[in-house]
Write a protein that binds this ligand. Structure first.
Ligand SMILES: [Fe+2]
Ligand SMILES: [Fe+2]
Length: 203
């Protein structure tokens, strides 16, 4: 965590403010306040935040911060974006919607902690115009708010999985239901089938 006093338009101050906004929304959700609206708002905030980091901030600081930390951060974005895509899919996560959002909140809180403890302090060492960078990020945020965030590869992956009807949780449930519905083979029937198979094989 950090408590540097930074100008409002400083790129790091902008990211930190976004972090506080989403953490506040996660708290509201957990307190049970207007859960549906809170999820919708958090998803928009998260998508825009991830976009400005991936398009502008991450590429600017990557080589100074180092591939290890940056790769991990990008993988955390990828996991969060998969959950976001599931929450935005036609089923909206079905009866797992709130559980999915809870997992998203946990993983994003962890990601924010990593950024604030490791990535941002390291990035701050760079000798660049952070306010200029911040203004670019704010302009992009405005644009994304107006136009919407373009669909990403995670949305395409979830769409593909859903159209194949192979969502992991749903297919596990289907298998369990099918196993229950299938009557256990009686000893006599099983024996008859085995004899039949043997006869066929000896022909
Ligand atoms: Fe991030
Ligand atoms: Fe962030």
């Amino acid at each position: 965590m950090f408590d540097w006093l930074l100008p409002e338009n400083h790129a790091i101050a902008i990211l930190k403010k976004d972090h506080d906004t989403v953490k506040e929304l996660f708290d509201q959700f957990e307190e049970g306040n207007a859960r549906k609206r809170t999820i919708d708002r958090a998803l928009i905030e998260l998508k825009i935040h991830a976009a400005i980091e991936e398009e502008i901030f991450y590429p600017t600081v990557r080589s100074h911060v180092g591939a290890g930390l940056m790769n991990e951060a990008e993988e955390e974005h990828h996991v969060a974006k998969l959950l976001i895509a599931e929450l935005e899919s036609r089923s909206g996560g079905g009866d797992h919607r709130e559980a999915k959002f809870e997992v998203l909140a946990e993983s994003v809180r962890h990601h924010i902690k990593e950024e604030e403890e490791n990535i941002l302090p390291k990035a701050k060492e760079l000798d660049i115009d952070f306010e200029q960078l911040g203004l670019r990020m704010l302009a992009r945020k405005e644009e994304l708010l107006r136009q919407g965030v373009p669909s990403d590869q995670e949305h395409a992956m979830v769409e593909k999985t859903n159209s194949a009807g192979s969502h992991p949780a749903a297919s596990t449930r289907r298998k369990k239901t099918a196993a229950k519905a299938r009557p256990a083979r009686s000893g006599a029937t099983a024996k008859a089938r085995t004899t039949k198979t043997r006869k066929k094989a000896s022909r």
